[in-house]
Design a protein around this ligand. Structure first.
Ligand code: ZN
Length: 326
């Protein structure tokens, strides 16, 4: 048995409407709170929209659960950010066109500076989908110089490199004291080989794409030990018709398996005692959060991940896991 205190998922896509009602209970069952991404249609860009979305999540959650809300990055005035600040934990920046729902993202990084200055002054963290243009395997590396420059130009701004996938991204944590990173479950488990090395596996296709074994090794090391790396699943459901399609949507629905699969991995790495830090303590320190007190217990009990949850194929479908959320 393993009891986690206020486990947190610092990067989730809960979607809207029927999909929200289907997936939110899976996050809320395992986590005391989660950072909710704002890439809806239309994106979440104001305090009123934040509050409306938060209410919809609370109604869908079905468990005691705190949604930690974010705004979608655009050019904001100081007054707009001041109005939103009591209701959000950060602002999420998507470079235009990099992933699902990022069409309204930022096309010219140079235009971000005034808004970043307001965020720094108001102490609002910046969350970044850190990919630039270029060859798909190199997009994260291509964006890291922008992150490094912002970290230097805005030294009091806390910056979170979301779903870090590369050893270079982890190395940047050493050079930037105000930089943090979320690490997903799937990037700790798979490499690109698992996605396209044999038969193509659409349910493992995500953005940023899984990288090389040496990148995965760096992510694992950071998950075990780095004080500024913490868990963000990037759970991102799509209906099976959008995944098993000629143009396969990017995203992995990992919420139903996140804690059991993390427990299995940390146990395999001989580090079960560090799971609490990865799934809660370091994130609390980074975001200066006092999350709702909630204990979530994992038991050693084998179960098979369902092939379908509603219209969605979950990560690790059909596989047997040896830990179960009580
Ligand atoms: Zn995401």
């Amino acid at each position: 048995m393993l009891t986690l205190h206020s486990p947190l998922d610092m990067h989730v896509h809960l979607r809207q409407g029927d999909m929200l009602r289907l997936v939110a209970p899976h996050t809320a069952r395992s986590f005391a709170a989660a950072v909710v991404m704002p890439n809806l249609a239309p994106p979440v860009t104001g305090a009123a929209q934040v509050l409306e979305y938060r209410q919809a999540i609370l109604e869908a959650a079905g468990h005691p659960f705190e949604p930690l809300m974010t705004l979608f990055f655009r050019e904001y005035s100081r007054a707009e950010l001041e109005e939103a600040k009591p209701h959000i934990v950060g602002v999420k920046l998507y470079p235009a066109g990099m992933t699902t729902g990022s069409e309204a993202g930022l096309a010219d990084m140079e235009r971000a500076a005034p808004t970043l200055a307001h965020m720094e002054a108001l102490d609002i963290p910046l969350l970044i989908h850190g990919e630039g243009c270029g060859f798909v395997m190199d997009r994260e590396a291509a964006f890291l110089p922008v992150v490094e420059r912002w970290s230097r130009d805005f030294p009091k701004l806390r910056i979170v490199l979301e779903h870090v996938t590369t050893a270079a991204g982890i190395a940047l944590l050493e050079r930037c004291g105000n930089l943090f990173a979320t690490v997903t479950l799937h990037h700790l488990l798979i490499t690109l080989d698992d996605v396209i090395g044999g038969l193509m596996r659409p349910h493992l296709f995500c953005k940023p794409v899984a990288k090389r074994p040496e990148d995965r090794a760096a992510l694992r090391e950071a998950a075990l030990s780095h004080p500024r790396a913490f868990f963000g699943s990037d759970t991102a459901p799509h209906p099976v018709t959008a995944k098993e399609a000629p143009g396969c949507a990017a995203g992995i629905f990992s919420a139903p398996v996140a804690l059991p699969a993390l427990a299995a991995l940390f146990e395999e790495l001989g580090a079960l005692d560090r799971l609490q830090a990865f799934v809660s303590d370091r994130a609390c320190a980074a975001y200066r959060l006092a999350p709702p007190a909630r204990e979530v217990t994992l038991r050693r009990r084998a179960w098979t991940v369902p092939e379908r949850i509603g219209t969605v194929v979950p990560y690790l479908a059909g596989q047997t896991l040896n830990w179960m959320v009580d």
